[in-house]
Design a protein around this ligand. Structure first.
Ligand code: PHE
Length: 366
């Protein structure tokens, strides 16, 4: 059976010569496939005598098994070397430094909102919000601002086309309308009726027609409101003294409460903090000058009544301050307009790490 031994030796040679798995598979198909040489010989078995068939069949099987096991061994060897080659070429050097990634930063306005939130949060205030587009009633009327009050004038206020039902709408000129929105909430009225105390801060965007180095048409305020049956002016003072000292991180920061006027508070006070000027540079803290930083007062009984509460039972205080302004003062940012230029160089300089959450214990600012 020269034929069989030739096939065998040729097959074994081809298996060893196969350089990769594809070549090896071609060898397998050529020998053992449907039209392969060994398969061809199998087909001749049918024409043989039983004795011949038995003898040749046995040899044929033996040779086929041998070829199969050599094929298998070669396949395993080729797979191993293919894997080795891949591992060598795709090797990862874990000691390489990682690629630099751009890191964002927090805008000083967001940072200062979080700082204000952290301080008032410690005093039991919660964070409330309201719409930027506000109706005339919440922005003015509810707050005891009469129709002829200058704050309503076209020069100050961005008026929008009235709603379909004729309601006049404006871009809110302060965060104070959220005082009314909150006091009017049924859950708040119930909480107050049950003897609770309302304490909110309202950070948000506000709008007035104004533009220079310290005014922009869009700016930010934070409102504060406390309502219950017993809160008085002493609480207002204590709360704002504590806040200003914590915010500016100056324990003996002097404060001055100056009588003032707001339609929605009575009595009203503006609050100044101590400062001094040295070589044209502002320093916050004990000194010979004062800087106004916020407006405040006891909530006017008319406002309490407008919000569906009995002014003979409920009282409290409110305050409002410019976030942009206190951010400029605390972090020495000279021009308010730069807040809204979206200049990345400015943000990299004045921005804050997004991973450091301000807290009274962990530290507020930088
Ligand atoms: N809403 C006032 C303003 O925008 C600030 C203020 C709020 C004053 C609450 C007193 C009480 O100027």
């Amino acid at each position: 059976m020269t034929d069989l031994s030739t096939i065998r030796s040729e097959a074994l040679g081809a298996v060893q010569a196969a350089a990769d798995l594809a070549a090896l598979d071609a060898v397998r198909v050529g020998v053992l496939g449907k039209k392969g040489h060994v398969t061809g010989l199998m087909k001749t078995l049918g024409g043989m005598s039983p004795d011949e068939r038995k003898a040749f069949g046995a040899r044929l099987n033996e040779q086929r098994e041998q070829i199969e096991s050599v094929l298998e061994a070669r396949r395993a060897a080729l797979e191993t070397s293919a894997l080795d080659a891949r591992l060598a070429s795709e090797r990862v050097d874990v000691s390489l430094p990682s690629r630099p990634e751009g890191q964002g930063s927090l805008h000083p306005i967001g940072q200062v909102m979080d700082e204000v939130g952290a301080i008032f949060g410690e005093m039991g205030f919660t964070w409330a919000e309201g719409p930027d587009i506000e109706d005339d009633w919440h922005n003015f009327t509810a707050l005891n601002i009469p129709p002829d009050h200058p704050a309503r004038q076209m020069q100050d206020t961005f008026y929008l086309p009235p709603r379909a039902d004729g309601t006049p709408v404006v871009l809110r000129t302060h965060t104070s309308p959220v005082q009314a929105r909150t006091m009017l909430r049924p859950d708040v009225q119930k909480m107050l009726a049950d003897g609770g105390s309302l304490r909110i801060i309202v950070p948000g965007r506000t709008f007035r027609i104004d533009s220079d180095a310290t005014h922009t048409p869009m700016f930010h305020q934070v409102e504060g409101l406390v309502i219950d049956r017993t809160t008085h002016m002493g609480h207002l003072k204590g709360c704002l003294v504590d806040f200003c000292r914590a915010f500016f991180e100056i324990d003996d920061l002097p404060l001055r409460f100056r009588p003032s006027y707001f339609p929605f508070t009575e009595p009203s006070a503006e609050v100044d903090i101590g400062c001094s000027w040295k070589d044209g540079e502002l320093r916050i803290g004990a000194g010979d000058s004062w800087l106004e930083i916020l407006g405040s007062g006891m909530v006017h009984p008319n406002v309490i009544a407008n919000c569906g509460l009995d002014p003979a039972v409920y009282q409290g205080f409110a305050f409002g301050m410019g976030i942009d302004r206190i951010a400029m003062l605390k972090y020495g940012i000279p021009d308010l307009r730069s807040f809204f230029d979206s200049d990345l160089r400015w943000l990299r300089h004045y921005g804050f790490s997004a991973l450091e959450w301000p807290s009274l214990t962990g530290g507020l600012g930088r």
